[in-house]
Design a protein around this ligand. Structure first.
Ligand code: SF4
Length: 394
């Protein structure tokens, strides 16, 4: 159905081997972000995994042999852990590719980033939610965060760390996306990762986008993806748009938000507006887009919290076990919820009937947060699968 150049598949069995471990080392953070999944707090928790416990998990992952999972140390702010450099070094020596996701604070100095690089980190990711200092700082809850974040991004590039920029997409930030696209491009980020707010943690439902708004944003992202390499998190229906556009299927006319985003793009980045694909699609343009991986919560990706609890994702707070009791490798392969999340036939509603569920599968976190069932259809996707169109037109 889909073209391998449009959406990439892993070349190993994700039922026994994760691709990406999101490892929350602490919930301590100096920022006070409005939407924080981790509900981060100023101080470190007494039940954080110790250095030895984290290293044991890393050793288990390393012992899997190639292709070993990638590890992202996140938080909270992982720079609040005094043992961070040692943990990065341990991961690297275990044969794991390791990246760090620091908070945009003075701790993310050029010196601390250089130490991470020296310890073996291959990349860092910073959160930027607006190209405007006041909007970003208000969103992150601390004045100065925008400036510290930009300084961290530029230092990472100088030091030779691969840079990823993360953006939370929600009601407050959505109209910042055009200006952010330009800023991300100017920072020479290797990847722009757009996190669609899941109403969990501090994020409230009023901040999350509706299905129609999500569709508009995804269509806009498709258009500019020739200008900036990007991926979406908790909005995998972006892959459906990629596949459909590559087949010349434009889909329903996007709505008002799509038009507003393009109007803003024309103001802040007119060069991108001219080079964007807009709603005209060709295979030649698709060849220049970054092809996202067909992975998802529990399906190649797994989350370890600061106290060792294992979840399909940080945005899907269903604990399937704890690394203090059971090895992460074993939990990933055998936990019933994770197994169900990897089984397309277990999905309900439209996602279960969708001809694209193997490459998309819907956001399991959005389904859980909004419908209370991680296997339900993704309520942020308005797509009516071909199967159901056929049934309804009979
Ligand atoms: S219906 Fe579900 S599987 Fe199909 S595109 Fe939408 S979110 Fe993805």
């Amino acid at each position: 159905m889909e073209d391998a150049r449009i959406v990439r598949h892993l070349h190993f069995d994700t039922s026994t081997r994760p691709f990406l471990i999101l490892f929350e080392l602490t919930r301590a953070c100096a920022l006070a972000c409005r939407h924080c999944r981790a509900e981060a707090v100023p101080g470190r928790s007494v039940d954080e995994l110790s250095s030895a416990e984290v290293c044991r998990v890393l050793d288990d992952l390393g012992a899997m042999g190639p292709p070993r999972p990638r590890v992202v140390f996140t938080g909270g702010d992982p720079l609040q852990r005094p043992d961070l450099d040692a943990l990065v070094q341990h991961a690297s020596r275990a044969g794991l590719s390791v990246a760090v996701s620091p908070a945009g604070t003075p701790r993310a100095s050029a010196a601390s980033l250089a130490r991470l690089r020296f310890a073996g980190a291959s990349g860092v990711s910073f959160s930027l939610d607006a190209a405007n200092e006041h909007v970003h700082d208000a969103f992150r809850g601390v004045k100065g965060s925008f400036r510290w974040t930009l300084a961290g991004c530029r230092a990472a590039a100088r030091i030779g760390l691969r840079l990823q920029v993360n953006t939370t997409v929600c009601a407050t930030t959505v109209l910042e996306l055009p200006a952010l696209a330009r800023l991300v491009s100017e920072l020479h980020a290797g990847l722009w990762s757009l996190f669609f707010v899941v109403p969990t943690g501090r994020a409230v439902a009023g901040q999350a986008l509706s299905a129609a708004e999500t569709e508009d944003v995804l269509a806009f992202l498709y258009d500019i993806s020739t200008s900036v390499p990007l991926k979406t998190t908790e909005a995998p229906a972006y892959r459906r748009i990629l596949v459909h556009r590559s087949q010349g299927t434009v889909g329903p006319r996007p709505g008002n938000l799509y038009d507003r985003l393009h109007a803003r793009l024309g103001d802040v980045w007119p060069e991108a507006e001219r080079s964007g694909a807009a709603v005209r699609t060709t295979r030649e343009r698709d060849g220049r887009r970054r092809a996202p991986l067909a992975v998802g919560d529990g399906r190649g990706v797994v989350f370890v919290s600061h106290n060792g609890d294992v979840q399909p994702s940080g945005f899907l707070p269903q604990v399937v076990g704890n690394v203090r009791d059971t090895s992460l490798v074993e939990l990933y392969a055998s936990a019933p919820l994770l197994r169900a999340l990897r089984e397309p036939s277990a999905l309900g509603g439209r996602c279960g009937r969708c001809e694209l569920h193997a490459i998309c599968g819907g956001s399991r976190a959005q389904a859980y947060a909004r419908l209370g069932d991680p296997l339900a259809e993704d309520p942020t996707c308005p797509y009516l699968p071909e199967d159901l169109v056929t049934v309804s037109s009979r």
